[in-house]
Design a protein around this ligand. Structure first.
Ligand SMILES: Cc1cc2nc3c(=O)[nH]c(=O)nc-3n(C[C@H](O)[C@H](O)[C@H](O)COP(=O)(O)OP(=O)(O)OC[C@H]3O[C@@H](n4cnc5c(N)ncnc54)[C@H](O)[C@@H]3O)c2cc1C
Length: 455
């Protein structure tokens, strides 16, 4: 059998533009596969893996290219592009769906809405489901629903010998365990996910306050206490950033700290009640901007996220789990955001990104490694500013790493340090992942976690 999809080799006229399109990030690491296979079906993926194995080509995989550090791009070997596999089948009666790897979160949510159903897809609509679900998946309403991979019931996988297997709790349970968290070190190609669906929240509402950064300490103290009283269906976070042009039209625009709570309710009253602990902010009069109980929708949430993480920019991103409270961490990060070379840069600090209920992240490779979580996002435009922005990210991490307990594999900069991948898991999970990689991919057909290149 031959591969049906396009095969583009290094040196072909189409190679450069195809390579360029493999990553969403405008910052493209200069790593070049020998050939790119644009798979058209699961059978095509299996054929490509068999071909790569027979020719000794190491395989990398790409769904939508949302890996911030460019994990799909490796030097040499074969890159299998899954972007044509982007469909879904919804069974409204059983509240389940089968999704292909490159379906985006917003495409999936839009397909579910007419059935009155929902899924905890990622915060930006364009993120593909496969890299997200394989990594764990910290998405909308995770407080109530847990990491998105907790809603995966089975995964179809093309293994290193080119066989297609379905894994779940009963069949290949160890492969299923790995498929829920191994992320960019997964040792197979996931071609389909069987997922559980949820009732569409009848009302979504958000409360946001934005304060001058000088208020970081009282704001963090107040919001930390208020967040303890929020129910699980409220997703709450801090953002440290530059004031938007709407708030501060003249430059230099001041730095700000925002507190946001987004409630996923069964009715408008239910959503409002859920946000109650954020209503009585004792210094609301000092806010530069505020919106209380503002109704929104999933498309509205995606639009707001896209404004923070616009396409066609250069990005360098990190993550940190910690057991240190935000009241200690955020004042340190206030100094970092003040020094950011780009006004687009921000630091996100969500409360319980994977739910307070640890039962929702049991029996999976995805590891919750701390009580608090941070993600600094360096976002800029010009190639000439690469070094300054990447240095800012590294310096920011140095400031908080002494408080760190680990990283989140989906958004860690695996090129920053060789220990990033290992530190994204508990020691026991990491040992099991290594043993399973050796068992399922003994010849090393698939690339493993990206590492820094030797200077
Ligand atoms: C704008 C933006 C917003 C984001 N928001 C969130 C968020 O809210 N929550 C969150 O948890 N993460 C978020 N992420 C991170 C995102 O989940 C990961 O980058 C994820 O890997 C993206 O999925 P992808 O399929 O596009 O990955 P790709 O970049 O295509 O692939 C990344 C790696 O994943 C592996 N992989 C992907 N698909 C497969 C497959 N089918 N089979 C085997 N291996 C595969 C490969 O090793 C590949 O190298 C965001 C990223 C971006 C750029």
């Amino acid at each position: 059998m031959a591969i049906e999809g396009e095969v583009i080799r290094r040196g072909d006229a189409a190679y450069e533009s195809t390579w360029e399109a493999m990553l969403w990030n405008g910052l493209k690491p200069q790593r070049f596969p020998d050939l790119i296979v644009r798979a058209t079906s699961e059978a095509d993926v299996a054929e490509a893996v068999r071909l790569a194995r027979s020719q000794g080509l190491r395989v990398a995989v790409r769904a939508h290219g949302h890996s911030w550090c460019g994990s799909p791009l490796r030097d040499g070997g074969m890159l299998i592009d899954l972007s044509a596999l982007n469909g879904c089948r919804i069974d409204a009666d059983s509240r389940t769906a089968t999704v292909q790897p490159a379906l985006s979160g917003s495409e999936f949510v839009s397909a579910l809405t007419p059935y009155g159903l929902a899924f905890p897809a990622g915060h930006c609509g364009s993120v593909a489901l496969s890299g997200y679900l394989l990594s764990g998946g910290l998405g909308w309403n995770a407080g109530a629903l847990g990491p998105a991979c907790a809603s995966v019931e089975a995964v179809e996988v093309v293994t290193a010998d080119g066989e297609v297997v379905t894994c779940n709790q009963d069949k290949y349970p160890d492969l299923f365990w790995a498929a829920r968290g191994a992320g960019p070190g997964f040792f197979g190609v996931a071609t389909g996910f069987h997922v559980r669906l949820y009732e569409l929240p009848a009302a979504i509402a958000a409360t946001t306050y934005t304060f001058p950064l000088a208020d970081v300490e009282p704001v963090t103290r107040w919001a930390n206490e208020a967040a303890e009283r929020l129910p699980a269906n409220v997703e709450a976070s801090f953002t440290l950033a530059t004031a938007s042009p709407a708030l501060a039209p003249n430059s230099p625009r001041p730095k700000v700290i925002s507190v946001t709570g987004t409630a996923f309710g069964t009715s408008p009253d239910d959503a409002r009640r859920a946000l109650e602990p954020l209503r009585d902010c004792p210094f609301a009069d000092r806010a530069l901007d505020s919106a209380v109980d503002k109704p929104t929708t999933f498309p509205g949430l995606y639009e707001a996220s896209d404004a923070f993480w616009p396409a066609a920019h250069r990005n360098a991103v990190e993550t940190l789990w910690s057991d240190t409270p935000f009241t200690t961490l955020l004042p340190k990060l206030a100094a970092s955001i003040s020094d950011a070379p780009s006004d687009k840069t921000l630091i996100l600090a969500p409360f319980w990104p994977a739910s307070r209920d640890r039962n929702l992240s049991r029996d999976m490779a995805f590891s919750v490694l701390g009580e608090t979580y941070l993600a600094p996002f360096a976002i800029w435009d010009e190639p000439a500013d690469d070094a300054a922005n990447i240095r800012w990210l590294r310096d920011t991490m140095h400031a908080v790493e002494p408080y760190g307990t680990g990283h989140y594999i989906a958004e860690a900069d695996l090129t920053a340090d060789p220990s990033r991948a290992q530190r994204s898991y508990t020691p026991a999970v990491w040992r099991r992942l290594q043993a399973l990689k050796a068992a399922y991919d003994p010849e090393g057909v698939f690339h493993t976690y990206l590492k820094p290149t030797t200077p």
